[in-house]
Design a protein around this ligand. Sequence first.
Ligand SMILES: [Zn+2]
Length: 340
Amino acid sequence: MSRHALWPLLAVGVLLIAGSGDPAPLPSASASSLTPASVTDSASLAASSRNPSATPTGAVIAIAPPTTPNTSGAAKVATLDLTRVVVPPGDGALVVIDPGHGGDEIGAAAFGIVEKDSNLEMGRRVERLLTQAGYRVLLTRHDAGRAVGGVDGAGQPQGFSAQRRDLQARIDLANAAGASVFVSLHSNGLNDPSASGIETYYNAARPFSTYNRLLAQSIQSNVIAEMTRAGYRVHDRGTLDDACLRAFQGVCFPLFVLGPPRVTTRDEVLRRGGDPATLGFAAGQDAIASRATQMPGALAELLFVSSTDDARLLADDGAREALARGVVLGISRFLAEQPR
Ligand SMILES: [Zn+2]
């Protein structure tokens, strides 16, 4: 979602980019105290099954349409169908895992790796390991389509509107479910094949800024450690504050799913080919504010699909499992260290 958005035009056949979460440069609680069984190493992760009931068969939560801090009152947000969301039962901390992209927005693609599919598969690995460790997990999407919430399919808005609703739905899902952390999973893509490695983004310009950074650092360091421990060589690109990841005309635009609420004007929506009505604009309303996650969040870019070496790792089951283990250890250690 992040870096490849900066280089949207890449050689066809080598690296395909479709959508990027929030394509710039257009003016685009503390951590949970519900610390579950702590996870101290990958061995315990693999063996642990301390919460066998934490399979997603729990009660369906009915979620009222979210309210929007609106710049001119009135407007309702386009209703998203979050009533199908199933929150797993149990008392483990709830983790929302967000496999990046979906639907006609495929993310980066090269060397046989299509990011949206790779992200989903990685999300399932992470879900499995987290569940084994006693956490409850919600994925923001379960198939090749967009996130839950009915933002995809016939009759739904396309292009910018679809993308914005899709990303907002992921945030709304995490908020409505009361998640403790929000972790988005991506892989990078660049038209520079020498770019490689792993990096994790956080946003320091909104509530939870310290926690966002700690979460990102925990994920980054544990992913690198697990890959190294498993014998895979990867480039550690570190953690990055996304607060000014993209700048355009002096305005900074963070990653949508990590950033603070953002005001989007009617003019901007129209300029980007979107439909204000489907984004919740009332008649005569000039601008609308998005909603940010109400819990710490981070976005991991797990390797570059555009690097031959990284793509080989992304196609390797052992490497993928090490990546997933690192993400899970990063999350669990972050949660375990937060004050109750
Ligand atoms: Zn991505």
